[in-house]
Design a protein around this ligand. Structure first.
Ligand code: GAL
Length: 494
C-alpha cells in the first residue's frame, strides 16, 4: 500500500509530495557518526576581483572585469565596480585577523593574473604583484593556515581577452606560462592549486548568453569551445607541474566545478542531467573512458546535423587531448550552492542552438525551499549529499574538496539563516563521508562581504560584514563566525 501511495505521489502528478526537505526548508537529518575526521580541512574562500580593490595599484594591468564594470555599468545592479571593494590589496591584515579568529585550517583565495603579468604576457612581469601574494602566503604560513590558490577566478587580463580569451587556442600556452610563473614563485609554500573557477558558468554566460564579460553571443558553439580550451589549458598546466615541479614541490592540482543536483524520480533523467552539468568537465577529467559524456557527444552531434551543420558543435576530444586530459587532476573541487528539480522539456528542433536547447530539460524549485537574497539560491542541503554520492559512484571515489558553499542575505549581524544553511550543508558533507565519500575539506563562501559580480554590493555572503562606505573598511563578525569556529574547534555540529 505504501509503495502504491509513493508511486502515485511521485509519478509527476503530485510532485511536491515526493520532495525531500523538512518543514523549515533548510534542514538535514544526521546519518551516522557525528564527528568530522580529525584531518578534515575547514576553511573559507574569496576571489581577487571581489575583495582586493587596488585595480590599478603598483602596476596592475586591466582585467576583463575592470573593463566590464567601467564600460558597462548598467550591467551591474548598483552600477558599482571592484575598484576598491573590501580593499584587501591594502588591508590583508584585517582578513588575516578574521581567519585567525575563525581558526580555519585553510584559506582559498585567487591570484589576479593582471597583477603578475599586467598585459597577460610574461614580458610584462610585475614584481610588485608577485610580492603582494608572497606576503599573503608568508603570513598564512606564519599562522599555520594552508593556502588553496585559484589561478583564474573569472578575471582574465584584458589583453588576453582582446585576442579571444578562452575562445582562442593560443590561450592554452598563455595559461601554462602564467601557471609556471606561479609554481616558480609560490610552489614552495602552496600545496593545493586550483586552475580555474567554474568554467561552465563563465563559458555559458560569457561566451554563450553574453550576459557576463566578454559578452560574446555564441550559445551552443563558442561556449563549448571555451570549455574545450579550458580543459586543455588545465591539463597542459597539470602535466607541466607533474613533470617539472611535483618532485620538488609535492603539491596537488584540481579544478573548481559549479554543480547543482538534478532531482527527479527518473534516475536515468537525473543521470543524463548530471552528465550535462557536472559531467561536461568532470567526465573528461575523472571518468575511466575520458572524453565528453557519451550522451552529450551523441545528442549534440545529432542536433548539429539536424541544424544543417557538417560537424558537431561540441568539439571532438578524441585522440591526443582526450588522453592528456584524462586523469589530469588530483582532486575534484566543487562549488555547491543549490539544486533544481528537472523534467523533460522537448524543445522544438529548429530553435537557435544553445546549451539549454541541447540539455532540453525544464528546471523548477520546491516552494518549500528557503530562498536566499540571491534570486537563484535556495537551501537544498540534500542536493549536496546527492552530488557527493554521485561523484563517489561515477568517478571512482576521487578526492573531493567543497571549495564554495554559502548563503546571501541583506547583511544583518544576526544571521540565523546563514547558520542554518552552514549547519545543514556541513551535515550533508558529514552524511556523505559517513556513506564512504572521499570528501576532504569544506570552504565557506565567503570570508567577507565582497563585490558579488553583477549583483554588485547588493547581496552579502560574508561571515564578516565589511563597512564598504568607510575608508578603513572595518570587518565585523556576524553570529555565524562563532558558530563556524565552534564546529572547527570541536569537529562536531551543534
Ligand atoms: C560563485 C562564484 C563566486 C561567488 C559565488 C556566490 O559562482 O564562484 O565568486 O560570487 O558564486 O554568488
Amino acid at each position: 500500500m505504501l509503495l502504491f501511495v509513493y508511486l502515485i505521489f511521485c509519478s509527476g502528478l503530485i510532485v511536491s509530495q515526493c520532495r525531500l526537505t523538512t518543514e523549515d526548508g533548510c534542514n538535514l537529518p544526521a546519518k551516522g557518526n557525528s564527528k568530522f575526521p580529525s584531518n578534515f580541512s575547514f576553511g573559507v574562500a574569496t576571489a581577487a576581483y571581489q575583495i582586493e580593490g587596488g585595480w590599478n595599484a603598483d602596476g596592475k594591468g586591466l582585467s576583463l572585469w575592470d573593463d566590464f564594470t567601467h564600460n558597462y555599468p548598467h550591467m551591474i545592479d548598483d552600477k558599482t565596480t571592484g575598484d576598491v571593494a573590501a580593499d584587501s590589496y591594502h588591508r590583508f591584515d584585517q582578513d588575516l585577523a578574521a581567519l585567525k579568529e575563525l581558526k580555519v585550517t585553510h584559506y582559498r583565495f585567487s591570484i589576479s593574473w593582471s597583477r603578475i603579468f599586467p598585459n597577460g604576457d610574461i614580458s610584462s612581469r610585475n614584481q610588485y604583484g608577485i610580492d603582494y601574494y608572497n606576503n599573503v602566503i608568508d603570513k598564512l604560513e606564519a599562522n599555520d593556515i594552508q593556502p588553496i590558490v585559484t589561478m583564474v577566478h573569472f578575471d582574465l587580463p584584458y589583453e588576453i581577452q582582446k585576442i579571444g580569451g578562452f575562445a582562442n587556442p593560443l590561450f592554452i600556452n598563455q595559461f601554462v606560462t602564467y601557471a609556471i610563473e606561479l609554481f616558480n614563485n609560490y610552489g614552495d609554500r602552496v600545496k593545493t592549486w586550483i586552475t580555474f573557477n567554474e568554467p561552465l558558468l563563465y563559458c555559458k554566460s560569457g561566451y554563450g548568453e553574453a550576459n557576463y564579460p566578454p559578452q560574446i553571443h555564441g550559445a551552443g558553439l563558442i561556449d563549448y569551445i571555451c570549455v574545450d580550451n579550458t580543459l586543455k589549458a588545465h591539463a597542459a598546466a597539470y602535466r607541466v607541474y607533474k613533470s617539472k615541479f611535483f618532485n620538488t614541490q609535492g603539491g596537488k592540482i584540481g579544478i573548481s566545478l559549479d554543480s547543482q543536483f538534478s532531482i527527479s524520480n527518473d534516475t536515468a533523467l537525473t543521470h543524463r542531467a548530471m552528465q550535462y552539468n557536472l559531467g561536461f568537465l568532470a567526465h573528461p577529467l575523472f571518468s575511466k573512458s575520458g572524453g565528453y559524456p557519451e550522451v552529450m557527444v551523441e545528442e549534440i552531434r545529432r542536433n548539429s546535423l539536424k541544424e544543417g551543420r557538417i560537424t558537431s558543435r561540441l568539439p571532438d576530444l578524441d585522440g591526443k587531448w582526450k588522453h592528456i586530459i584524462k586523469g589530469s587532476a588530483d582532486f575534484l573541487a566543487i562549488n555547491y550552492y543549490t539544486s533544481r528539480y528537472i523534467s523533460r522539456a522537448e524543445k522544438p528542433i529548429g530553435e537557435n542552438p544553445s546549451f539549454e536547447r541541447d540539455y532540453d530539460l525544464d528546471e523548477s524549485i520546491d516552494p518549500k525551499w528557503k530562498r536566499g537574497l540571491s534570486r537563484w539560491l535556495y537551501c537544498v542541503p540534500e542536493g549536496l549529499e546527492s552530488i557527493l554520492k554521485f561523484i563517489r559512484d561515477e568517478y571512482d571515489n576521487v578526492e573531493v574538496i567543497v571549495t564554495e558553499n554559502g548563503w546571501s542575505d541583506k547583511g544583518d549581524l544576526e544571521d540565523i539563516e546563514r547558520i542554518q544553511y552552514l549547519k545543514s550543508h556541513l551535515q550533508a558533507v558529514l552524511n556523505a563521508i559517513n556513506d564512504g565519500c572521499n570528501v576532504r575539506g569544506y570552504m565557506y563562501w565567503s570570508l567577507i562581504d565582497n563585490f558579488e559580480w553583477q549583483r554588485g554590493y547588493t547581496v552579502k555572503f560574508g561571515l564578516y560584514s565589511v563597512n564598504m562606505t568607510s575608508p578603513t573598511k572595518e570587518r565585523t563578525a556576524r553570529n555565524s563566525v562563532g558558530y563556524y569556529r565552534k564546529v572547527i574547534e570541536t569537529h562536531l555540529l551543534s
